[in-house]
Design a protein around this ligand. Structure first.
Ligand code: NAP
Ligand code: FE
Length: 367
């Protein structure tokens, strides 16, 4: 039988990956604009060396700095920074940091050139944004290559993403040396986020042959860093492998979005302060058991590619690296209802219903 293939792909990001890529490509700043608003968290951009490299690359050119983006950024913070951009008439954004700074920058890029409020980002059509240069200092979210931004919405007691082709960064400058200063625990939790993107995109009902190619290449690169993650020591090679895996995870989810692991994970971050990557892999066991029923070949391929003998050994590898809160029945039901509003649930194979999601919380939360 002839199977018709349908593929849609649009990743308009100019990607430059490699050591020294910021200074060696300083013309990208002039190519993007004249007066940037630099968005960072409080410390990571400076500790990583990326901030200094950017200032050197700007060669004395003017800039405004907003360095108050918190982890899991809130809508109020992006509104604050966007007002600053408007006040100083900035014409592009340089985002330096982990996914929190990069995602905040994407929201700021939209709010800076529109009259939208932060909450409008989740409902109104986006038609423009300032151009963004994204420089990651963690290897996890892949936000430098995605059209997504994830913000914490207190009114809804969860995190919510919005997507727009206008928030794809114009340039992604990836230098693995910017992650050398990232402590081991953050390196592990962010690497788990990259892994979850690669796995979830591979399983997604929206995946295509093309998106799966990115997932498999990324899983292959992540596999090379499994030993470093196990001994919690990261050399240049493993930092490189993780940044490459993270970027590929970003490209993969740009095609497909995420699936149930992310939808379930948001409540673990919101209510239990779990780092984003851990909050996803907290569900590794029920998620992979579910996948073994619905996508056996893909599940086996991941386990084999990562070098594990079976599903349990693989799950232990992830679970033994995180602190796991125990959940009671009331929490499982409440979080289950919250997870069901995420559209990524529907992209998960196997028709997940509320009772399946609540069961996954119970299984993950009973140790
Ligand atoms: P993060 O929240 O951006 O950063 C975690 C911590 O690491 C912060 O305390 C940060 O410090 C510090 N840090 C960052 N780089 C450092 C470095 N090189 N050296 C030392 N410290 C450093 O973590 P993340 O996991 O990268 O991002 C998580 C966010 O991304 C979540 O909100 C998640 O929902 C989102 N996300 C987005 C996408 C997407 O496609 N857009 C996909 C998945 C996840 P400072 O804050 O002080 O700088
Ligand atoms: Fe993620």
């Amino acid at each position: 039988m002839y199977l018709q293939m349908e593929i849609k792909s649009y990743i308009p990001v100019k990607i430059i990956f490699g050591k020294g890529c910021v200074f060696n490509n300083k013309e990208v700043f002039k190519d993007t604009g004249h007066f940037p608003l630099i968005i960072t968290g409080r410390s990571g951009a400076k500790k990583s060396g990326a901030f200094d490299d950017v200032i050197n690359a700007l060669a004395g050119g003017p800039y405004i700095l907003y360095d108050r983006i918190e982890e899991n950024p809130k809508v109020s913070a992006v509104e604050d920074a966007a007002m600053m951009s408007k006040k100083f008439n900035c014409d592009y954004i340089i985002a330096i940091g982990g996914g929190s700074a990069l995602d905040a920058a994407k929201a700021i890029a939209v709010l800076a050139v529109t009259n939208m409020s932060g909450m409008d980002l989740f409902s109104k059509k986006i038609g423009k944004a300032l151009p963004i240069i994204a420089i990651p200092t963690t290897s996890g979210t892949g936000s430098e290559v995605t059209p997504y931004s994830i913000l914490t919405v207190d009114e809804w007691q969860t995190k919510k993403s919005f997507a727009s082709e206008y928030i794809f960064p114009k340039y992604a400058l990836l230098d693995p040396k910017y992650t050398y200063s990232l402590p081991a625990d953050y390196t592990i939790s962010t690497a788990f986020d990259a892994a979850s993107h690669l796995f979830e995109s591979y399983f997604s009902l929206k995946s295509t042959n093309l998106s799966q190619m990115y997932s498999i290449e990324g899983i292959h690169s992540f596999a090379k860093a499994v030993n470093a993650l196990q001994i919690k020591q990261f050399d240049e090679q493993s930092r490189n492998d993780l940044m490459y895996a993270s970027m590929l995870g970003g490209i993969a989810i740009s095609h497909t979005g995420t699936t149930a692991m992310h939808a379930l994970g948001y409540s673990m971050t919101y209510f239990h302060k779990m780092p984003h990557g851990f909050s996803n892999l907290y569900f590794v066991k029920p998620y992979f058991q579910h996948m073994m029923k619905h996508e056996k070949d893909k599940t086996k391929l991941i386990i084999k590619e990562l070098g594990f003998s079976d599903i349990d050994t693989m799950c232990d590898f992830f679970l033994e690296k995180m602190e796991r809160p125990v959940l009671n029945q009331e929490q499982c039901v409440k979080y289950g209802a919250i997870a069901m509003i995420q559209s990524s649930i529907k992209a998960t194979p196997g028709n997940l219903e509320t009772e399946d999601i609540v069961r996954m919380y119970k299984e993950a939360g009973s140790l």
